[in-house]
Design a protein. Sequence first.
Length: 388
Amino acid sequence: MATTDVSELRKRDKRKAVILIVTVVFITAVVLIAIFTKDKWLPALKETNDQPVATGIVEEAELSEGNFPLKINSGMGYQLMTLGTDLALLDDSSFHLYNSDGKVMLEQRHTYANPILCTSKNKALIYDVGGTQFRLLGRSKQIYEKATDGVIYLARLSENDLAAVVTRSDQCLSQLDVYNDKCVVVFTYYSSDSRIMDIEFNKSGNGCIITVLDVVDGELTSRMLCYNFSADVPLWQSESVDTLAMDVRWYDNDTIAMIGDTRYALFDSTGKKLSEHVYNAPIKDYSSAGELAAVVTENTDLRRTMLAIFSPGKSPVEIKLEAEENDVYISGSSIYVLTSEYIYIYDPDGIKSARIKLRDQFGDICKSGKYIYLLGYDSVSRIEFVNS
């Protein structure tokens, strides 16, 4: 294994899509950003003790053999995601799809300058940030590829194979086009004064929440608009939140979570804000899936990294992490925190249910079924783990 610091490499490219989007915002509002960021982060961290640990939880990770570890070119720019029970890997020149045993199912080259990967249970969407092309891929072949009129800066993929692609041009600050699996546009939204920051599809796939960024009294704020694809007017619009929205999660109980760079906010099914939690340090990382959201904050002055766990109907749970975090990932009802030596696993109440010791350093993690996949500097490893 190469001795290159994987966590440092990961910090530079893990959130490429978010960084590129935020960079565009900074360029267009540089003066306001200076105002916005001044004195925003509080240096104090609330003292939080480590949560109790369940018994019999420590184990040594046994790396799978056979086709694993998957060998990759050393360097940065890799994105690792699950596609149902399969494993999708995107680098600066190619897309790779493997089954759970590491057998190649599909490999395809691309010429995208800044490729970003999205996956659902059955499809993969690749788009070129700053370019004009995107493509939808199945498990064995490409479904379609499309060139847009405007420059792409964001795209999302639904579970029923709808691709939401957000572009900008000289005529429009933000334009959202939603394509079906035949590459036919089924919905379009234009915005001349707000920048679209996120798209969250509803469970039925016939509508979505569009999260936009505004400037109000010199502050960046985020609000949500809920649309049905058969109508031109929104079903509802939320109040603004003083944050830069990074992700939106539609929970099963019809509450909606907004994960921002300064706070987490929860809304009801009509866009009314129910609660808000302001982070006590700058955000470092986040993840959301199913009924959970997790935010990692880091106070460099106090050398403390905190994990905040959010779920509907419960108060936020905050935990002081035992080591510097490389990645946070949610699968089912568990939160996985990757460090240089361990994977720490927590339940929604913040109880540490497992700790897996690693033999090497890894920068990214994802899980499907009984397997955890780990992205290293020049390989992808697999370990078997069933969290009871």
